[in-house]
Write a protein that binds this ligand. Structure first.
Ligand code: AMP
Length: 280
């Protein structure tokens, strides 16, 4: 695996790859890799000739500075995982490399509706930060395929919107959520959970399943109320537990028939924010 710290070197490498008609898959990450990231790499490796992974903890997408400072970083372990996976190249840029002075002029992306709800509403500026880094990464890598996780369902929607704004030819592939055996969605932030919350956290997915399984017997508001109560009893602070159309994230008051829906949740387990979702 070649490790690139400078975008100019990576660009040179990728120009050669494109010139020899090798297809490129790109897996952007913030590191502290887990099996969710591994699933994206493996999917890319089955579909393209070259798989590029990036690790960059993007300061612009953290609305909470404490969350940024405490974000787990484990480059040595990540590199071992990526070598073991036989990834072709890792892009490991510094902040200066990602955001040089001349690149600092502020671009405001017209993301529309998905930037105003749920993650967009509770994390002001988050998606603008995500788009800044993705704009830069996509311009450097020019991948044929971009691999994202459905764990960040709303983010996938926002990045698709960004791609349409930038008008770049890249295919987005969203891979299913990888979970611990107990149902907890894998996340780099899970390592920061207290022992107590680690034991309790599977209740988040349990409650999504409870709502899904009871959707033909009870209304969404009733199920939502009882789930929120259960989560609160276990010490979680629920930021949102919403039902939406899976196609465009229009928020729904109740279950409807004939269209794919999705449950989305964000909770605080102490000071660790966790998100999850479940398609209906
Ligand atoms: P992150 O490092 O958290 O920015 O995540 C990098 C990519 O991995 C994003 O596209 C995430 O949606 C995806 N990802 C994170 N956790 C999971 C998971 N449990 N299952 C599948 N994909 C995931």
């Amino acid at each position: 695996m070649i490790i690139f710290k400078h975008q100019s070197d990576l660009s040179k490498f990728l120009r050669k790859a494109h010139a020899s008609n090798q297809s490129v898959g790109f897996v952007p990450t913030m590191g502290a890799l887990h099996k969710g990231h591994v699933s994206l790499v493996r999917l890319s490796q089955t579909q393209v000739s070259l798989t590029i992974v990036s690790i960059f903890v993007n300061p612009l997408q953290f609305n909470d500075p404490k969350d940024y400072i405490k974000y787990p970083v484990n480059n040595e372990n990540d590199i071992q995982i990526l070598v073991w996976l036989d990834v072709d190249a890792l892009f490991l840029p510094s902040q200066e490399e990602m955001y040089p002075q001349e690149n600092m002029k502020h671009t405001c992306y017209e993301l529309g509706f998905p930037d105003t709800i749920l993650e967009g509403a509770f994390r002001p500026g988050h998606f603008q930060g995500v788009c800044r880094v993705m704009d830069r990464l996509l311009t450097i890598v020019h991948p044929d395929n971009l691999y994202l996780g459905q764990k960040d369902f709303q983010q996938v929607m926002v990045i698709k919107k960004l791609i349409s704004i930038l008008d770049i030819p890249v295919k987005t592939i969203a891979a299913p959520i990888v979970r611990e055996a107990n149902g907890l969605a894998m996340s780099s932030r899970n390592v920061r959970l207290s022992h107590e919350f680690k034991l309790k956290a599977p209740i988040i997915f349990d409650q999504l399943q409870f709502i899904k399984n009871n959707r033909f017997h009870k209304s969404f508001p009733d199920l939502r109320n009882s789930s929120v109560l259960k989560l609160q009893e276990e010490g979680f602070e629920v930021e949102y537990l919403a039902l939406a159309k899976a196609s465009d994230l229009t928020i729904l008051d109740n279950f409807s028939t004939g269209e794919p829906m999705i449950l989305l949740i964000a909770v605080f387990a102490g000071n660790i924010r966790l998100i999850d979702n479940l398609l209906l």
